[in-house]
Design a protein around this ligand. Structure first.
Ligand SMILES: Nc1ncnc2c1ncn2[C@@H]1O[C@H](COP(=O)(O)OP(=O)(O)OP(=O)(O)O)[C@@H](O)[C@H]1O
Length: 247
C-alpha cells in the first residue's frame, strides 16, 4: 500500500496553557481532496502551519510528502505548494513576471519556467493577459493564477487556505475545476473553506471543533451519520458544540 501523503498522530499545539490543536490524528492519500473545516478559531490555521513545517508541534507527530514535519521541515517546505487569500501574488508585477518569479523561488530552471508559463496561461485562458499587471485582474482571476503558481513546481501536496474567499459561485466552481485537474495528476489537495458547497466537492472532510477533529469521512457518509441533507447542516450541528470563537 502507498504511504499516505499527509499523516498525523496526536498532533498538538499549545500556546501557554491554551491548547489550540488537540491531539489530531488523520491521514490523506495521494490525489485526494481533503477538506479541513471548522468554525473561526477551531485551530485549522495552526494545524496547517504545523503541516507546512512553519510551526513546531508541542507534541505528537506528522509527516507530509514523506518527510517528518519535526525533523525535516525544510524538505517538507520544498515539496509542498501553498496558497491563501492572505499570501498571494505581487500586485505590481505582470502576470508572466509573477509566474517567472515564483518558478525561480521554487528552484525551477528558466527554460522550464518559460515553457510552463505558456501552458498555465493557456489552461487558465489567460494568454491575452500575459502582460497585464496582477492588480488589474478581477479577484477570481487572481485566485486562479495564484493556485496555478502554487502548483507550478508539481508539489506532492498543495495547501489551500480559504482559496476562494470573496468570489462568486461561478468563479469558485471554475477554481474547483483547476483543483480537480491537479488532483487527477496525482497532486494531493488539503483545503480549508467556509463554503459548505465546496465541502461537498471534497473526497473526504474533517470538521474541527475547539481544536479536536470531531468528524471525518466522505460528505455522503457524514450526511448519513448526522442525518443531514447538506454538509451545511452537518457543520452547523457540530459548530453549535463549540465553546471557542474568535468572533
Ligand atoms: N500565536 C498564538 N498565540 C496564542 N494563541 C493563538 C496563536 N495562534 C492562534 N491562537 C489561538 O488558537 C486558536 C486557533 O486559531 P486558528 O487561527 O488556528 O483557528 P482557525 O480555525 O484557523 O480560525 P479562522 O477560520 O478564523 O482562521 C484561536 O483561539 C487563536 O486565538
Amino acid at each position: 500500500m502507498n504511504e499516505p501523503v499527509i499523516y498525523t498522530e496526536n498532533l498538538t499545539k499549545k500556546f501557554g496553557a491554551f491548547t489550540a490543536v488537540d491531539n489530531i490524528s488523520f491521514s490523506v492519500d495521494k490525489g485526494e481532496i481533503f477538506g479541513f473545516l471548522g468554525a473561526n478559531g477551531a485551530g485549522k490555521t495552526t494545524a496547517m502551519r504545523m503541516l507546512c513545517g512553519l510551526s513546531h508541534p508541542t507534541s505528537g507527530k506528522g509527516a507530509v510528502a514523506g518527510y517528518d514535519i519535526l525533523k525535516e521541515s525544510e524538505k517538507v517546505k520544498k515539496n509542498i505548494g501553498y496558497m491563501s487569500q492572505k499570501f498571494s501574488l505581487y500586485e505590481d508585477l505582470k502576470v508572466w513576471e509573477n509566474i517567472r518569479l515564483f518558478g525561480g523561488i521554487y528552484g525551477m530552471e528558466s527554460k522550464r519556467i518559460a515553457s510552463k508559463t505558456d501552458l498555465i496561461l493557456d489552461e487558465l485562458g489567460f494568454l491575452a493577459e500575459r502582460n497585464t499587471l496582477v492588480r488589474e485582474l478581477p479577484l477570481g482571476w487572481k485566485q486562479k493564477l495564484a493556485f496555478s503558481v502554487s502548483i507550478f513546481h508539481e508539489p506532492k501536496v498543495v495547501f489551500l487556505d480559504e482559496p476562494t474567499g470573496g468570489v462568486d459561485p461561478v468563479t469558485r466552481r471554475q477554481f474547483w475545476e483547476l483543483i480537480y485537474a491537479a488532483t487527477d495528476r496525482g497532486i494531493t489537495a488539503f483545503v480549508t473553506t467556509h463554503y459548505m458547497d465546496e465541502a461537498e466537492y471534497c473526497n473526504r472532510v474533517s470538521i474541527m471543533v475547539d481544536g479536536k477533529i470531531e468528524a471525518l469521512d466522505t460528505p455522503k457518509k457524514l450526511k448519513l451519520q448526522f442525518e443531514a441533507d447538506t454538509m451545511d447542516e452537518v457543520f452547523q450541528q457540530l459548530a453549535r458544540k463549540a465553546t471557542r470563537s474568535d468572533n
